[in-house]
Design a protein around this ligand. Structure first.
Ligand SMILES: Cc1cc2nc3c(=O)[nH]c(=O)nc-3n(C[C@H](O)[C@H](O)[C@H](O)COP(=O)(O)OP(=O)(O)OC[C@H]3O[C@@H](n4cnc5c(N)ncnc54)[C@H](O)[C@@H]3O)c2cc1C
Length: 472
């Protein structure tokens, strides 16, 4: 029973990141008749998944650099503003790329780039703009990007970044990863974007939304509204088993077994398959284990100093160091929380169990400390506190043939009535938070008030999701 009405549809949502919580909140917001009973199961003690925030010595950290992109669907933005009145602010981007030993403003600015880029890179870019291939191969990430952007940008930025983020040679990665991860398609487009910065500062492209109190407030606000509407949120509740019952589903957690009519899963798709009973056929298990995700270690330090640098983020393709990006959350928020300290988060991509993953926290703090000074950033000191987070499912990696494996897994999952996967992990998709929320809102639209499912509407929505391109 819920609010005195007979509940006719019991819905389980696996994962309490933006996709799971966005869906949970939307289902109840649309449920005028009070027909839905919705429970979210989240493995972690905190909600938000990759988009969660946490505090250390009073300084709020995100899981690496997180900004809400202004291309978010206006309807979704409206909901977020209703849930977070006066909290989401439009902020100017203020980052740098460490390129060829120099610090270049990012987003790129014409005068800054002209003055600071080494001649080697400037001449290469000019040549790549003038000599454009009329045809090029599109059989790998490397070939596609080289054809679109030219060798200089690939050699100096995209390829070293790809090796670092995804742990592969660019030629080993499928072309689709270029389409999903790189939003520019030609050097001329970069020039156009740069010139737009001249008169567009503070607006789309050069700006982002960020909530006071950390990016995680978006997921927290969705969770709060979901609970206010009668939803049940179970944190520290990893789902350990999933069994189809005819009709419905049984979900297993540490607290026992729970019965539901429908299950929406936003947890990693390969983990979901591993939880299912009966055990999937061998070819599905093989396809699942062929889908690889990259992990990351996040080294978060609180410094006894008002600020580390004046910039919000530094992007570091340099292959001499393991870190890929630094971010200073203080610069993301509109208002400072402390004047005597600041936080720095350093992202180090890796694989679960590799040497980086296994380093002790102290070793990692020391390593990133050496790396930042090596690339010319200020030393990380004096350190007041440090916390290291090891995150296993960070970047999906589209190896050649991943599409075949993903199709095998998805068509296996699709055959089960009442089971739908969505979100970054559920669809093995490269995305931003606004994409995960778009998936959540679309899924809620496809769920009828009687528990029916609009399969055609969801298929059409999935076609739209294929156009999502990550904004860095
Ligand atoms: C380093 C980094 C930087 C990023 N920067 C940005 C940015 O600037 N802007 C932006 O918009 N987006 C950014 N993103 C992307 C953003 O984090 C994701 O789009 C978003 O978090 C996806 O939400 P999701 O709910 O689909 O997945 P997730 O956030 O991954 O949530 C999945 C949830 O499932 C839970 N789970 C897993 N297994 C189980 C289980 N067995 N039982 C129960 N729960 C389980 C997890 O704990 C997690 O909470 C960034 C991502 C990374 C990694």
């Amino acid at each position: 029973m819920s609010g005195g009405l007979v509940v006719s549809v019991r819905v389980a949502i696996l994962g309490g990141g933006p996709a799971g919580l966005g869906l949970a909140r939307q289902i109840l917001a649309r449920d005028d008749a009070g027909e839905m009973e919705v429970e979210v199961f989240e493995a972690n003690a905190e909600v938000g998944g990759l988009a969660a925030s946490f505090a250390l010595e009073g300084v709020v950290f995100d899981h690496g650099s997180h900004r809400l992109h202004p291309s978010i669907d206006p309807e979704i933005l409206k909901v977020l503003n209703e849930l977070l009145p006066g909290v989401l602010h439009r902020r100017p981007r203020h980052g740098r790329i460490v390129l060829g030993g120099r610090f270049i403003r990012f987003p790129l600015r014409p005068v800054d780039a002209a003055l600071k880029l080494p001649w080697r890179i400037k001449c290469g870019l000019l040549r790549d703009m003038l000599v454009r291939p009329s045809r090029y191969d599109t059989d790998s990430f490397a070939a596609t990007l080289e054809g679109q952007l030219g060798v200089t940008l690939c050699r100096e930025f995209y390829f070293p970044m790809a090796r670092k983020l995804w742990g592969r040679e660019p030629i080993e990665i499928a072309a689709e990863q270029a389409r999903r991860r790189v939003s520019v398609r030609s050097p001329w487009q970069i020039i156009r974007r740069m010139t737009r910065q001249l008169w567009n500062r503070g607006r789309a492209g050069a700006s982002f939304y960020y909530p006071d109190g950390g990016f995680g407030r978006i997921a927290e606000a969705l969770a709060k509204d979901f609970e206010r509407r009668g939803g049940r949120l179970s944190v520290s509740s990893p789902v350990t088993g999933l069994q189809h019952r005819d009709p419905g589903w049984q979900i297993e957690t540490g607290e026992g077994r729970h019965e539901f009519d429908r299950v929406f899963s936003t947890i990693p798709i390969s983990r979901l398959v591993g939880l299912m009973e009966p055990v999937p056929p061998t070819e599905v298990a093989a396809a699942t284990s062929a889908l690889h995700s990259r992990a990351a270690v996040l080294v978060c330090v609180v410094l006894d100093s008002a600020r580390w640098t004046p910039f919000d983020a530094h992007y570091v393709p340099d292959s001499a160091v393991g870190l890929s990006r630094t971010s200073e959350p203080t610069h993301y928020a509109a208002a400072r929380s402390h004047s005597d300290r600041t936080g720095v988060c350093i992202e180090v991509p890796c694989d679960p169990g590799d040497a980086t993953w296994q380093m002790s926290d102290d070793e990692l703090v020391n390593q990133v400390g050496r790396e930042v000074t090596r690339i010319g950033l200020p030393p990380l000191k004096p350190i007041r506190a440090a916390e290291v987070r090891r995150v296993p499912w960070v970047y999906p990696v589209y190896d050649h043939g991943y599409d075949k494996h993903l199709a095998t897994v998805r068509s296996y999952l699709d055959q089960w009535p009442g089971l739908v996967t969505l979100g970054r992990q559920g669809l093995f998709a490269h995305d931003n938070t606004h994409h995960a929320l778009a998936m959540a809102f679309a899924a809620a639209d496809c769920l009828g008030s009687d528990g029916s499912w609009d399969a055609a509407g969801w298929a059409a929505a999935n076609d739209r999701f294929a156009d999502h391109v990550v904004e860095d």
